[in-house]
Design a binder for this molecule. Structure first.
Ligand SMILES: CCCCCCCCCCCC(=O)SCCNC(=O)CCNC(=O)[C@H](O)C(C)(C)COP(=O)(O)OP(=O)(O)OC[C@H]1O[C@@H](n2cnc3c(N)ncnc32)[C@H](O)[C@@H]1OP(=O)(O)O
Length: 160
């Protein structure tokens, strides 16, 4: 059986995210996995994910870093707790902070390798450093501060 991605463990009501929701047919549907102590995702930009001809749009790169970071945060929280992903109660994270540095133009037409390193795991906060490589060259890097999703953000909840 093929390995499940972190995002495949998200419950249906949290699977509509533009960057990583498996139920969002218009989204990027990013899939992230463990690779030893690092996390990895491979994303194939479409021709329309363009900034200028031949170059990937920076906002797309930021989205990929964002969702790889929050997915990695969830996986890291489960790993730190010694629990299997998908078991209840869920470790669900949203982005508190997203920093992106664009190091060089990211070429369109080749897959992007997105790698995460877990910098910090606390009960309510996980910090993930992320790199994006195209054709083996590092084109962007960033950092995601992910915080446990507050109860009031859960779909169907309207009170703070
Ligand atoms: C498995 C299913 C998954 C399912 C999840 C599926 C969804 C995928 C989501 C994809 C990613 C998104 O786009 S999510 C959507 C975009 N994000 C949002 O809408 C979030 C909006 N912001 C908020 O609701 C809030 O600001 C929070 C929840 C993020 C944080 O508020 P809070 O709960 O009051 O946080 P607070 O106690 O002050 O801080 C907690 C810790 O985080 C740090 N912290 C807080 N904000 C920041 C910040 N901007 N920059 C740096 N650090 C920060 C604090 O210093 C502290 O660290 P320390 O002192 O403990 O060290």
């Amino acid at each position: 059986m093929a390995e499940k991605a972190f995002q495949d463990y998200y419950p249906d009501e949290l699977s509509h995210c533009y960057g990583c929701g498996r139920l969002n047919e218009h989204g990027l549907q990013l899939k992230s996995y463990w690779d030893g102590d690092e996390t990895v995702a491979v994303f194939h930009p479409r021709p329309y994910h363009m900034a200028i001809p031949g170059v990937v749009y920076g906002g797309l790169i930021a989205s990929v870093i964002d969702c790889h970071g929050t997915g990695s945060a969830s996986a890291a929280a489960y790993r730190a707790a010694g629990r299997e992903m998908g078991t209840d109660p869920g470790f669900r994270f949203v982005t508190a902070s997203l920093r992106v540095d664009f190091l060089r133009p990211t070429p369109l037409g080749v897959p992007l390798e997105v790698r995460g390193r877990i910098r910090e795991v606390k009960e309510r906060k996980v910090v993930v450093a992320v790199t994006v490589r195209a054709g083996g060259e590092e084109c962007a890097r960033g950092e995601v501060v992910a915080v446990r999703m507050p109860e009031h953000m859960m779909p169907g909840r309207t009170t703070a």
